[in-house]
Design a protein around this ligand. Structure first.
Ligand code: BGC
Length: 737
């Protein structure tokens, strides 16, 4: 190679990159076989040797340049060799609008309108992994069309407290649910030749003090609760990149963390992709170099220098180069990072066969609408309040700011520039053509001179004139609500909504509440209203999907992906006081340990307002004939649970059967039961089907800190089968030998 003249060398490189990209396409567009075939193995080896040959052409400076940003959302390629740049974008609910080169202002382009998909809490609530795959595939297409190589999402931090301002971007409180839902999302995205960047690794479970809070948590809770979704994303989803979190864990920042990144992620899980820092989450050159960070992202630290060099002053820039030149850091450390970055490029920018992508097409809108329909959760439905009759000449009073407020804007980095966004009010007007729809705002989140008293009075008059009142409230994407960089301050609804609902109910008791939020809220009025449904943030198709449910065109089938506590102190993170949440300003101790969410409510018998896995339907379902294939199992076995599911109601619909497992007489503290399997089945009215859920016995292990590994206890286990964590149809005891 070195004997070739430069021009031929360049030609050789381009040709080899092209060939390589063919290999990389064929490797990544197929499902990886369980046992790699010889041909597959040899293709991988060819790719690795090509990466090495590109690496050998790069200067030290070029290699360092690849390890840090060149702009707010890109890292450089190698122009003289034709190696393209990497372009990244938020994530995780749609592709974010273009942002300026070296500041956070929007660029004001007009070609960056996109489809806004429902927030990930809603996706989790569908309990439908194949829909998650369609979501990933659609958002991946939009990323590709917008020329993005890395999608900054999905987020899988565990829902620990209802105050976390970013819960709406995550997949709920249960590690099994989050793991099951994240894998197909990643595969869908990456099939487009766009990398998913799974975030925020790890323990970024609150926004308050997120840049420095030092999380102390046991190994057991780490492995059993906070890591599984990342583990699944890497091992099953084969994610090509991961984002280090802002916070500290055991005294070290997570974006350069020896235990999390070097040991667990790269060594134990054999992650072969790229670790990207959270934006501005890098704090030290030596640690960044040595403890697993590959690309430092964030704004330029040096605001004085021209935009062309400004990012060189960041930690993995010039100071990193100097440490390499002086020999204080071994070049092999750098080479490992660059090898990973080149591998990411082979999978994305250098994969010339990757699809071209699509944006704002009808199919994406349909996926967004379907996720929204399947994700909304009917929490209460007294007197069959919903569905509303669409043929009657009803007067419907729609009350509340959330009936008209845009929920795709705000919220922080997940903010979107939606091509369109149907508000709930628009959706209802469109669907209920025979009805007379009257609207009143009732409350406002804005600092205005508008009299709040006047708003309430107007709403009461509106409500008194109607046959039906639909109150649209909840939270929103303002700072201090469901929004990045701050937490909520209380569980209760903001803007005096509790008072407003109570007053509305007095003038018109025929009232239903639609909660638009990504978090649990308290509901002091729950017994006074007829209906409550949890509508999340539903994206472009919000109003249509809500109208689909209210009209009965669709039957609600979403399940809660987290518990709603009655009061804040009923939640385990809060039960243990300030040191547990939010910490003392420097450190926090996860005293709730493994008892997060329903694990806590169940085990301590503290009744939640609404349980994990809960939902109602316009139909009814019966689960019968629940059986396990055996009574006694070996460690290497799987447990086959079979059941019959019947739609006994008059409407077609879906049910999610859930299997939880618990162990009494354990040598360690255990949750009463933990989700280990679920299946969503659509059934026409009156139809019955036989279904099966399979659980690996090895998945019943707990993380044993004394051996630093998974440990399967022998003895009796309880298997609970039902349709919510608090609605168990059958309890069976099995034995593990
Ligand atoms: C967020 C990330 C996001 C990044 C880029 C950070 O503040 O924590 O989730 O991807 O900004 O916008």
């Amino acid at each position: 190679m070195s004997l070739l003249k430069p021009i031929y060398r360049h030609f050789y490189l381009v040709v080899s990159i092209f060939l390589l990209s063919l290999y990389s396409t064929s490797v990544h567009s197929q499902q990886q076989p369980t046992r790699p075939s010889a041909a597959y193995q040899s293709r991988l080896e060819i790719i690795e040797s090509k990466i090495d040959s590109i690496l050998s052409l790069l200067t030290l400076k070029e290699k360092v340049s690849m390890c840090h940003a060149q702009s707010q959302f890109s890292s450089p390629g190698i122009p003289r060799l034709g190696i393209p740049e990497l372009w990244m974008s938020d994530g995780p609910h749609g592709i974010r609008a273009e942002i300026n080169w070296s500041n956070w202002d929007y660029s004001g382009w007009t070609n960056d309108y996109i489809t806004a998909f429902p927030a990930l809490t809603c996706l989790a609530a569908t309990f439908n992994p194949s829909l998650s795959n369609q979501y990933g595939a659609s958002i991946g297409e939009e990323a590709r069309y917008r020329k993005k190589d890395v999608l900054l999402g999905p987020g899988v931090n565990i829902y620990r407290t209802p105050l976390n301002g970013r819960n709406f971007e995550y997949m709920g409180e249960d590690p099994y649910l989050a793991s099951t839902m994240v894998v197909p999302y990643i595969k869908g995205v990456q099939n487009n030749g766009v990398a998913a960047c799974v975030k925020h690794f790890a323990l970024n479970n609150q926004e308050l003090w997120r840049n420095h809070i030092n999380v102390q948590v046991s190994d057991r809770a780490l492995y059993e609760i906070y890591l599984p979704a990342f583990d699944a994303a890497v091992k099953q989803g084969e994610a090509w990149s991961i984002m280090g979190a802002y916070n500290q864990f055991r005294g070290q920042h997570c974006s350069h963390h020896e235990l999390l990144l070097n040991k667990i992620l790269k060594k134990d899980w054999a992650f072969d992709g790229v670790v990207v820092s959270d934006w501005g989450g890098t704090h030290n050159t030596n640690e960044a170099a040595l403890y697993g960070l590959d690309i430092e992202m964030g704004s330029p630290i040096d605001k004085q220098t021209s935009p062309r060099q400004a990012f060189d002053a960041n930690f993995l820039g010039t100071s990193f180069l100097n440490l390499l030149k002086s020999g204080e850091i071994d070049e092999r450390i750098l080479d490992d990072k660059v090898r990973r970055i080149l591998r990411l490029m082979m999978r994305t920018t250098l994969d010339f066969m990757r699809p071209l992508g699509k944006i704002n097409n009808i199919e994406h809108s349909m996926v967004a609408r379907q996720v929204a329909i399947e994700g909304v959760v009917l929490l209460k439905n007294k007197d069959n309040f919903f569905p509303l009759n669409t043929t009657q000449k009803l007067t419907i009073a729609v009350i509340g700011e959330n009936a008209v407020k845009s929920m795709t804007t705000g919220g922080g980095s997940s903010e979107l520039k939606a091509n369109y966004e149907i508000s709930p009010l628009e959706g209802i007007k469109k669907r209920f053509k025979n009805a007379s729809i009257i609207f009143s705002k009732g409350y406002t989140s804005e600092d205005t001179n508008q009299s709040r008293k006047l708003l309430i009075n107007e709403a009461l008059v509106t409500a008194s004139m109607a046959d039906v009142v639909l109150f649209f409230g909840g939270l929103n994407k303002n700072r201090g609500q469901d929004c990045e960089a701050a937490d909520r301050e209380e569980l209760k609804l903001p803007y005096n909504q509790d008072y407003l609902i109570a007053e509305l109910q007095k003038v018109n008791p025929n009232i239903g509440v639609v909660l638009v939020s990504g978090n649990a809220v308290s509901m002091p009025w729950i017994y006074d209203v007829k209906t409550v449904f949890q509508a999340w943030y539903l994206g472009s198709e919000a109003g249509n999907a809500i109208a689909d449910i209210i009209s009965g065109d669709s039957n609600p089938s979403g399940k809660l992906p987290f518990s709603f506590p009655v009061k804040l102190s009923d939640n385990s993170a809060h039960f243990f006081g300030e040191l547990s949440y939010p910490g003392d300003g420097e450190t926090q101790y996860y005293k709730d340990d493994i008892l997060v969410g329903y694990r806590w409510h169940d085990t301590k018998d503290i009744r939640p307002l609404f349980s994990f896995g809960h939902r109602l339907s316009y139909s009814s379902f019966e689960i019968t004939d629940i059986k396990s294939d055996k009574k006694i199992y070996e460690a290497s076995d799987s447990i086959n649970i079979t059941y019959k599911l019947k739609n006994t109601g008059s409407k077609d619909g879906a049910e999610v059967v859930q299997v939880y497992v618990g162990k009494s007489n354990s040598k360690v503290t255990r949750a009463l039961k933990e989700l280990k399997g679920f299946k969503k089945t659509f059934l026409k009215s009156g139809k019955q089907t036989k279904e099966e859920i399979i659980i690996n016995v090895s998945d019943l292990s707990f993380y044993n800190e004394s051996i630093s590994g998974w440990d399967l206890e022998r003895g009796d286990y309880a298997i609970y089968v039902g349709n919510a964590s608090n609605a168990i149809s059958k309890l069976m005891i099995i034995k593990i030998k």
